[in-house]
Design a protein around this ligand. Sequence first.
Ligand code: NDP
Ligand code: 2IT
Length: 453
Amino acid sequence: MPVSQKIKEILNYVQTCSPGQEEFYQATHEVLHSLVPLLEQDSRYLEYNILESIVVPERSIIFRVNWVDDTGKRRTNVGYRVQFSSAIGPYKGGLRFHPSVNLGIIKFLGFEQIFKNALTGLQIGGAKGGSNFDPKGKSDNEIMRFCQAFMSELYKHIGKQRDVPAGDIGVGAREIGYLFGQYKKLTGEFEGVLTGKGLNWGGSKLRKEATGYGSVYFAENFLKVYGKDLAGKRCTVSGSGNVAIHTIEKLYDVGAIPISCSDSKGTIYHENGIELASLKAVKEIHQQSLEAYAALHPDAVYTSTAHYPKEGHAVWQIPCDVAFPSATQNELTLVDAQKLVDNGCILVNEGANMPTTPEAVEYLRLHGVLFSPGKAANSGGVATSQLEMSQNASMSNWSAEEVDIKLRTIMQTVFKTAYDTSVEFGCEGDLIKGANIAGFRKVADSMIEQGSV
Ligand code: NDP
Ligand code: 2IT
C-alpha cells in the first residue's frame, strides 16, 4: 500500500477513536503527512507499527478537582495529564489552566511536545496537562486552593524520574509554587518534580525568559542562512503573557523594533515600539487588560477584540517584517496570512504552540515567507526546564550567563537539526518537514530499539 494511503488510514483511525478532538487531529495530520519522505526511504517505521502507536498516548489521566471558592461554595473542574511518550526520557511538558482546555487540546499539545523535546537533543519524553479552571478573576487564595486540590490527585502520577510538569497558559511561578508545596506535603520529598520553580527553591535562572528569548534566537539563526538579521526589523508580536513579553524584551536586545502585543480583549499597535516597562507593569504586576497600556500611552492604537475587522485579527493587519505569534493555537488564519504577505512580511516565527492554521501555513510557504514551526522555535522553554532538572539533580545553581550560553547553543542545535534534515530530504528551508522528521526519527528509532514500547 502506498505510504500516503497508509497515512490516510491512520488519520481516519485517529478521527474515529478520538471524535471531536479537532486540534489533536490537526496536529497529527500535519506531522504524519510531513513524514512521507522518511517513510518512503525507511520501511521499518511502518513495519514496526510506529505510526499507529505514536498517535496513542501511553497514558491519559483525567480526574476530578474539587475546591472551595472564597464564598464557601464548592466548585468542580476537570484535570488532565496526558503522558504521551517516554521513549527518550521521563515525561515532560507544561500544565495549562484555561476555560478552553479539554482532552483534545491537551492531546494536541502533548503530541507536539514529543517531537519538540526530541529536537532539543535532551533526554525528555512528551506530556501535557492542565484543567478547564479559569484563573481570571480568582483571588490568590482561590488559586492556591485549586492548585492544592489539583496536585492532590496529580502527585500519584509524577516524579523527578517519571513525569515533570511545568507552566503553560495560566500557569506561572505562583501556580508552580502552590503545586510544589502541595507535592512536598503529600510525599515528604523535596525534589525537582516541577520546573519553573522560584529561584530560592530550585528554579533555574532564565527559565521564565527562556521561551521568548529562545524564539528570537531561533529567528536569528533562520534569517542568517539567507544573509539577513533582526536588526532594525519591525516585528509584530501577539499575546502579552510570558512568551510574548520575553520575546519583546529580546527583540530590543538584538536591535529589532517590537510594535505590537495583544490579549484576549484587544490589540496594541505602538508605532515607535512597545514600552516594555509599562507592559510588564500592566500585565505582570497589575494583571490588567491592555486597555490600561493604551491609557498610559496615548500614541498607541488600541483595537478591542469586539472591533476586529472581519477580514482577520487586528495584530496581523499591522505591516511588519517579522511576525511572532505568541498567544495561542489557530490565532493566525488564512486571511491574516494574506495580509502578512501583502505587507511584505519575510518570516513567521511561532512562539505559541500551533498558532498558525494549516491553510495559513500553506499560503505563507507558497508565497516565499519563511516559517518557523512552534515545536522548533519555542523549544527554548522546555530545554531550559531540562537545564533546571539537571541543576536540581546535581544540586548546582548556574548563573544567568551560563544558562543563556546553553540556551543559545541549544536553539542553534534545534535550528541546525531541523534545517539540515530539510536539506537531507530535498526541501531546503521547509522546517515543518525538517523538525517533524528529525524529532520523529529519534523517538521512533528509540521505540524500535526498546521493543516498540
Ligand atoms: P500566558 O498565560 O503567560 O499568556 C497567554 C497570552 O495569550 C495572554 O496574553 C492571553 O490573553 C493570550 N491568550 C491565551 N488564550 C487566548 C485565547 N484563547 N484567545 C486570545 N488570547 C489568548 O501563556 P504563555 O505566554 O506561557 O503561553 C503562550 C503560548 O506559548 C501558548 O501557546 C503556550 O502553549 C506556548 N508556550 C509556552 C511556553 C512557556 O514556557 N510558557 C513554552 C512553549 C510554548 P489573556 O490574558 O487576555 O487571556
Ligand atoms: O509548550 C511547552 O513547551 C511548555 N509549555 C513548556 C514545557 C516545560 O516542561 O517546560
